[in-house]
Design a protein. Structure first.
Length: 269
């Protein structure tokens, strides 16, 4: 999937992928939205719903609906991107809590979203344990840190990243959308994306099965569509029949190929 972009020395190629994994039903939701009026303005978002078949799906559906409505009204020239992203979290959280009043099970959701502006700026936000990764080539530039119990242990130096990945309580979240407490909201700003950059938002059903270096190799060497298919297939294989829902959004900035020289007709009429 190619996304129209203003001429800034790169073009955006992108892909999304979603699979129910080894679960009976799908609670993840994803979106990759191109702005309806502004070329080169893109929102990628992943929501991992929790709360049973109906509850989790209702929660992630509300995140997608809220994000689309707010993004459609967004203006890069006049609106503040972090405020938009925080509004997506806050309004989704409120609607999910209202949904819980009539739902059989309490709906909750994570959220990981990145917004790319036409000028090459990027802003992101996350709540829960869905992640955003920023690579340049195969090198990890930055990733989000989960709002989870095991991440607090890693932050204290009590666990390594590798130990956290296999910890029996790795699925316990310290914050998400729809909980009693206000959701955590951590934002990040990239002042200028460059050719060779890759952004990936994904649920824990994907990142749980890969090291950062493995992800970097895959994202740098394959197209977004090929990387999406490879990561889903490999995660499903490594899960050995016990995998979660899988969802991911990949956007890659590829350098513009130099235009070929104009043809010159050397034959006289």
């Amino acid at each position: 999937m190619a996304i129209p972009t203003p001429s800034k020395g790169y073009r955006l190629t992108a892909s999304t992928g979603i699979h129910k994994g080894d679960r009976e039903y799908q609670q993840d939701q994803i979106a990759l939205l191109s702005h309806p009026r502004i070329s080169g303005c893109v929102l990628g978002i992943v929501a991992d719903g929790m709360g049973g078949r109906s509850g989790g799906r209702k929660a992630s559906d509300q995140v997608m609906l809220t994000a689309k409505q707010l993004f459609d009204r967004y203006s890069p020239d006049h609106d503040d991107p972090p405020s938009l992203l925080k509004q997506v979290v806050q309004e989704s959280h409120l609607v999910i809590k209202l949904t819980a009043i009539s739902a059989e099970q309490e709906p909750h959701s994570t959220l990981a979203a990145f917004l790319i502006n036409p000028n090459g700026e990027c802003h992101w936000i996350h709540a829960g344990d869905s992640r955003i990764y920023h690579y340049h080539g195969a090198k990890l530039v930055k990733r989000t840190l989960d709002h989870s119990y095991v991440q607090t242990l890693v932050n204290r130096g009590e666990l390594t990243e590798e130990e956290a990945n296999v910890h029996p309580q790795s699925n316990i979240l310290m914050g998400c959308l729809g909980a009693e407490e206000e959701p955590p909201m951590e934002v990040h700003f990239i002042d200028q994306l460059r050719p060779g950059d890759v952004l990936m938002a994904c649920s824990d059903g994907v990142w749980h099965y890969f090291s950062p270096s493995e992800l970097g190799t895959v994202l740098s060497s394959l197209s977004p569509r090929e990387a999406t298919e490879f990561l889903i297939d490999k995660a499903r294989s490594r899960a050995r029949g016990g995998g979660d829902n899988l969802s991911l959004v990949i956007v890659k900035l590829e350098p513009l190929e130099p235009e070929p020289p104009p043809r010159v007709n050397l034959l006289r009429p």
